[in-house]
Design a protein around this ligand. Structure first.
Ligand SMILES: [Zn+2]
Ligand SMILES: [Zn+2]
Length: 354
């Protein structure tokens, strides 16, 4: 007889239904995890609002922690009861990106991965297919509690962005947008030795959390000119026919046209802009600044779980202040409603174990 489990299913845009569905079956190379906690991601909210990324009937949720409940016969290195996190990435293994080892660029990734195509972790159980310890499933040390563990995936975006941007000791850094991704950039930049990190947002809650999590100063962009504020703090840097900001590295994590333009104004000549925000509309940009300042402009997608687990375990970064609310699985619709209230919530957790 098929075992059933409770799950939160996205039936249509803005409609989450909690119901019983079949528990995932465990193949010889799979691991079934009893979910303790799963955070609601910005991409889950996009899907919830618009139906984007997923088909009706999707169980979303990819920011989870839990305990191994069942193991396939061929899985090595894990035992029932182990605390783990993970992500089944449904890459094709055959495209040019996959052959080059750049799995994050595989076009299949968002169609066939945990919470995108494959069932996610807003459920009592989630399955990691073809489990590979240290690859798509990770053992967690006791120093990382279940709250922090459910934020390894979102924090890994900032950790990888800071590494890709080459943040180093003494750098002057600006972070535009202080949602969970921007907050991760702030923490990772500090952990990488940045001498000063300035954070800019328009939400008092996000600015408060940015400061709590290590930003040296914060600015509410509703109160004045953010570029001028950055120039007051980091100094002005002349470039051909103009004067602009003097930041070594700018992280664009707000994802709006204005902040994308500001990133070009705030970076120093020869500095680095790392774009992690996802604007819903294209941004008009002044490419003359790209020519005259010659910044390195990079995009960063996805994150390194192993590096992030190390940084959280050592205390170099701490996402726990970001978990503002927690709901039982049966209250998943209310959890999504709370996550939509950006003035009140940062990271809302759904706890099937509660
Ligand atoms: Zn996420
Ligand atoms: Zn591929």
């Amino acid at each position: 007889m098929t075992k059933m489990m409770m799950a939160a299913v996205l039936d249509a845009a803005e409609t989450i239904v909690v119901k019983d569905i079949p528990q995932p079956e465990v193949g010889p190379r799979d691991v079934l995890i009893k979910v303790a906690n799963c955070g609601i991601c910005g991409s889950d909210i996009h899907s919830f609002k618009t139906g984007m990324y997923v088909e009706p009937g999707q169980v979303m949720g990819h920011e989870f922690v839990g305990r191994v409940a069942e193991l396939g016969a061929e899985v090595t290195g894990l035992s029932p009861g182990d605390r783990v996190t993970g992500f089944s990435a449904g890459v094709c293994g055959e495209c040019d990106a996959c052959k080059a080892g750049q799995f994050i660029l595989c076009a299949d990734l968002f169609q066939n991965s945990t919470g995108y195509g494959r069932p996610g972790a807003f459920a009592e159980f989630v399955r990691i297919e073809n489990a590979e310890l240290g690859g798509n499933i990770h053992l967690l040390p006791d120093t990382i509690d279940d709250t922090a563990a459910a934020m390894i995936e979102p924090m890994s975006i900032g950790v990888t962005a800071a590494a890709s941007a080459g943040v180093k000791a003494g750098d002057k850094v600006v972070v535009l947008g202080c949602g969970i991704i921007g907050n991760g950039c702030i923490q990772a930049a500090k952990a990488a030795g940045a001498s000063e990190v300035l954070a800019i947002d328009i939400s008092p809650l996000r600015l408060k959390l940015a400061r709590e999590c290590g930003a040296d100063d914060v600015f509410d962009a509703r109160t004045g000119d953010a570029l001028q504020w950055v120039m007051n703090r980091f100094g002005a840097a002349p470039y051909h026919y103009n004067v602009g900001g003097n930041a070594d590295v700018v992280f664009e994590a707000a994802g709006i046209p204005l902040t994308i333009q500001q990133s070009l104004e705030m970076v120093r000549p020869g500095g680095t802009i790392c774009i992690v925000g996802l604007p819903e509309v294209p941004a008009p940009i002044d490419t003359t600044k790209i020519v005259h300042k010659m910044p390195t402009i990079i995009g960063s997608l996805g994150g390194d779980f192993v590096a992030t687990i190390e940084k959280i375990a050592s205390g170099a970064i701490d996402p726990r202040p970001l978990a503002t609310h927690r709901f039982a699985l049966g209250d998943a619709p209310a959890a999504f409603a709370k996550q939509l209230l950006v003035e009140e919530s940062m990271k809302v957790m759904i706890s099937p174990a509660a």
